[in-house]
Design a protein around this ligand. Structure first.
Ligand SMILES: [Zn+2]
Length: 94
């Protein structure tokens, strides 16, 4: 069984912040989001990764109930920024 959990993440003044929980589902992590522009990050076997298509759909459903094109586009743009930031933070330790 793979080690997988999710946490809510957001940026503030250029810093990546996130909740300290190990959410078992995307919807649970999404419920933890309390501000706009936040996202859910998956942690699989100790490594950060973006949500896959199934998880992304679950996130959109949890956040919006539907999949509005504009919101989805905005969230994907944020994900790219967050992913790039995590990569910078993680690589020196690897
Ligand atoms: Zn949380």
């Amino acid at each position: 069984m793979k080690d997988l959990y999710y946490f809510a993440a957001w940026t503030d003044s250029g810093c990546l912040l996130g909740c300290d929980h190990h959410h078992q589902t995307v919807a649970s992590a999404a419920a933890c989001i309390s501000c706009g522009g936040a996202y859910v990050i998956a942690v699989e076997n100790g490594k950060y990764r973006a949500l896959n298509n199934v998880e992304e759909a679950e996130f959109q459903k949890a956040m919006y109930g539907t999949e509005p094109v504009q919101a989805e586009t905005a969230q994907r743009g944020l994900l790219i920024q967050v992913s790039a930031f995590i990569r910078i933070q993680v690589e020196p330790k690897a």
